[in-house]
Design a protein around this ligand. Structure first.
Ligand code: FAD
Length: 378
C-alpha cells in the first residue's frame, strides 16, 4: 500500500477541484507544483490592498448552473460585468462590437444604419473565398472594424501579419446591433471577492501540498508514494517529447504600482494598433470595486494607489511559460498521438489546459475536473 491514493501534479484549478473531490471521497492526496504558489494561472496576490491577477485578467463566466453553484461554495462572487474598451490611436471604442462601437466609429444612431455600412463594406471588398485571416475578417465585419479593432491586435497576439495567418483562426466575429457592452453571453459572471487564490486554498485544505517541486526532477520517488497520478502539466513533456514538441504562444506581464487612484477607468483596455507592443492594460482594482460605490462591496480600505499590468504576447520555446495551445491542424494531430498513449494508461489521468492541450475557460476546467473525478472516484 502506498502512502497516497493520488499524486496530483499541478495545484491549478483542475488539480485543486480533483483534489477536493478525492478528499470528499476519503482518498489521501498529495498535490505538487513546480511554482512557489498554488492556484496555477488563476493566482491572485494582494498588492496595495488590491487583488492582482498575476497571470492575466481572469473573469469567471458560465451558463453552467451546476459549475456556478459549485464555485460559490469557495467564495462570494461580485457582479462584475466584463466590458472592455479598445484604444486605437487614442480613439476609444466599446467592445464587443455593438451599437456603442458603431455609433462612435461612424457617428450613426440606429441599427439599420450600422447594418447598412457593414454590409456595404463587405460587398465592396468582394471576397468570396477568404485566403487568409485578413480576408476572412473583412468578409465578416467590413474594413473599418477590421482595420481599427481586429488587425493590429490579432497580429500582435499571433506574432504574424494577418495576411500570413490562416483564415480558420477567426470563424466568427460577433456583431451586436444593441447598445450592450457586456462582453460575455453567459448567464452568470463575476469576480471572487478577495481573489481566486482563496478558492484553491479551500479546495486543497485536506490535501498534502508540496510547492517548488517539479515532477520531472523526482518522478520515480513521487510515483513510489502514490497509487494513481493526475497530471496537469504538459502531455508531451510527460512522454519525453517522443513524437515531437507541441507549440504554444507565451505572454509576458509587466506590473506597476501607480501613485494615483484611477489610471484608466476600466479593468481592461485593449490596445489594437500594431505599433504598441502590448495587447492590453489591466487595472486590477476595477475588478473588485467597479466605479462609484463598487459592486456592493465596502469601499473603505481601497488603496489611493492603483496597480496596472501590461500584457505582451511572446514567442514560446521550451522553458518559457506555455499560455495558449496553438490548436492548428499540425499540433492537434500531434496531440492525438500523445492522447493515444494517454488512453492506454490505467493509473494516470491527464487534465487541464496542458494535459489536454486545449484552451479552457475556468468553468470548462471545473466541469472537466468534475467529470474526471466522477469517472475515477464513482
Ligand atoms: P494551470 O492553472 O496552468 O495549472 C497547472 C499547474 O501545473 C501550474 O501551476 C503549473 O505550475 C503546474 N505544473 C506544470 N507542470 C508541472 C510539473 N512538471 N511539475 C509540477 N507542477 C507542474 N478563463 C476564464 O474563465 N476567464 C478568463 O477571463 C480567463 N482569462 C485568461 C487569461 C489568460 C492570459 C490566460 C492564459 C488564461 C485565461 N483563462 C481564463 C483560462 C484559465 O487560466 C484556465 O482555464 C485555468 O487556469 C486552467 O487551469 P489548469 O489547472 O488547467 O492549468
Amino acid at each position: 500500500m502506498k502512502k497516497y491514493d493520488y499524486l496530483i501534479v499541478g495545484a491549478g484549478l483542475f488539480g485543486a477541484v480533483f483534489a477536493y473531490e478525492a478528499g470528499k471521497a476519503g482518498k489521501k492526496v498529495l498535490v505538487i507544483d513546480k511554482r512557489d504558489h498554488i492556484a496555477g494561472n488563476i493566482y491572485t496576490k494582494e498588492i496595495e490592498n488590491i487583488q492582482v491577477h498575476q497571470y492575466g485578467a481572469h473573469i469567471f463566466h458560465t451558463s453552467d448552473r451546476e459549475v456556478w453553484d459549485y464555485v460559490q461554495q469557495f467564495a462570494e462572487f461580485n457582479r462584475y460585468t466584463n466590458s472592455p474598451v479598445a484604444c486605437y490611436k487614442d480613439e476609444l471604442y466599446n467592445l464587443p462590437f455593438n451599437m456603442n462601437t458603431f455609433s462612435k466609429m461612424w457617428g450613426i444612431r440606429t441599427p439599420a444604419e450600422a447594418k447598412e455600412i457593414i454590409e456595404r463594406q463587405i460587398r465592396e471588398a468582394g471576397i468570396r473565398e477568404p485566403k487568409n485571416l485578413e480576408e476572412q475578417a473583412i468578409s465578416l465585419v467590413g474594413r473599418d472594424i477590421y482595420e481599427k479593432l481586429v488587425k493590429g491586435y490579432t497580429e500582435k497576439q499571433w506574432g504574424r501579419r494577418a495576411t500570413e495567418l490562416p483564415s480558420f483562426i477567426i470563424r466568427r466575429l460577433p456583431v451586436r446591433f444593441v447598445y450592450d457592452n457586456n462582453y460575455f453571453n453567459d448567464k452568470y459572471q463575476g469576480i471572487p471577492v478577495g481573489g481566486y487564490t482563496q478558492i484553491i486554498e479551500k479546495m486543497l485544505e485536506g490535501a498534502c501540498v508540496r510547492l517548488n517541486t517539479d515532477f520531472f526532477t523526482c518522478r520515480e520517488e513521487l510515483m513510489n508514494e502514490a497509487e494513481n497520478l493526475v497530471f496537469t502539466g504538459m502531455i508531451d513533456e510527460y512522454y519525453d517529447y517522443c513524437y515531437g514538441e507541441l507549440e504554444y504562444r507565451s505572454l509576458r506581464f509587466e506590473t506597476e504600482v501607480l501613485e494615483m487612484e484611477n489610471y484608466q477607468g476600466n479593468a481592461v483596455v485593449n490596445y489594437t494598433e500594431y505599433e504598441i507592443p502590448y495587447t492590453r492594460i489591466i487595472e486590477h482594482k476595477h475588478f473588485e470595486y467597479g466605479c462609484q460605490g463598487g459592486y456592493g462591496e465596502s469601499r473603505s480600505g481601497i488603496s489611493d494607489k492603483t496597480v496596472i499590468t501590461r500584457e505582451y504576447p511572446a514567442a514560446w520555446s521550451r522553458g518559457k511559460e506555455p499560455y495558449y495551445p496553438m490548436n492548428d491542424e499540425k499540433n492537434n494531430a500531434l496531440y492525438e498521438k500523445y492522447r493515444a498513449l494517454a488512453d492506454k494508461e490505467e493509473h494516470v489521468i491527464f487534465g487541464g489546459r496542458l494535459g489536454m492541450y486545449r484552451y479552457f475557460d475556468m468553468h470548462q476546467v471545473v466541469r472537466e475536473a468534475l467529470k474526471a473525478a466522477e469517472k475515477a472516484l464513482g
